[in-house]
Design a binder for this molecule. Sequence first.
Ligand SMILES: Cc1ncc(COP(=O)(O)O)c(C=O)c1O
Length: 381
Amino acid sequence: MPESTLPCQRALFEIPDEVAYFNCAYLSPLLRSVRQAGHRGVDRKVRPWQVFPQDFFDESERARELFAQLIDARAKDIALIPAVSYGVAIAAANLKLTAGDEIVALDEQFPSNVYPWLEVAKQTGSRLVFANRQPGEAWTESVLREIKPATKLVTIPSVHWTDGRLLNLPDIAQACKQVGANLVLDVTQSLGAVPFDIGSVQPDFLICAGYKWLLGPYSFGYLYVAPEFQGGKPIEHNWINRRDSEDFGGLVTYVDEFQPGARRFDVGERSNFALLPMAVAGLQQILDWRVDRINASLATLNEKITNVAEDLGLDVTPAPERAGHMLGLRFPQGPPSGLLDRLKQQNVYVSLRGDSMRVAPHLYNNDADVDRLAAGLREFM
Ligand SMILES: Cc1ncc(COP(=O)(O)O)c(C=O)c1O
């Protein structure tokens, strides 16, 4: 095993031996440690007399710190949000677009990063332009082609959610700077499994759901806000985001000021006693493993799957656009009918997104899972 890879971590999860789960891009399974953290969190509400005002703050700060560590930002740059759509709504409320402005997105991008901009376009007279990838082209080239003087915003993912095709974010960020366009990133399908540092891209907003590659619970995610937007407008006004909210006795002394940094954008009731400890436990495990080692380990596993797929005559996204952590496999005649059901009968779990069969493993997958997948696919070739 190369030094930078990790051994299989299946024992830290609760996955039966016969289940080959290749669907982390859909919903990650919970680590035992995350499950236990959630149970402890639920139990706290059984005894509310043991919950103190400081408890509304400490765990939130811990989640902020750990997420910041993952992208090499500061805790104060991070807001806690329930969904990607919530983070995109904050970006949409704080970026000034006017008639004639162009917003660039990817063709078939995940809808939570499309609908808000269609709404903005309707309200402002700006226009949403979808970058179309031509055959043989990388997404980066298609995006760069659409960035023009009229472009005021590029709002894209770090990888395409259907097949993991990578985008070169530093190059796109550079092109945005040249025309004065803002950059919004949805890193849900890569962060935690692909190394990323904020300094090399410097987006204005970066958004990540926590329930996939961050191994966290559903309904808990993160928003990075660049310093110049940290004085911006939240999309709701709640008590805990205001200055001195730690003083529960003084809450009705209403104040105009907010908590420092991006905290003003936190969703109401962000101090969720069950979800927060789970989110923290997931982030802690990712940081302990190290993202570069997760990436190298998943790339090794995906290399095996690529070999199997190519031997069977399936098309695999070519390097260098192929991500280490996620694969898109395509059948020459399109996906066979009944594919997912038949695989499911054999306890093999993948997704179909468009014409791509998405294979998204994690450290719980082993060689027996790959053999199971290979046997399942062989039936269709
Ligand atoms: C790229 C991407 N962004 C966001 C989401 C989830 O969005 P939301 O948190 O708004 O439900 C998904 C879910 O599959 C996704 O693939």
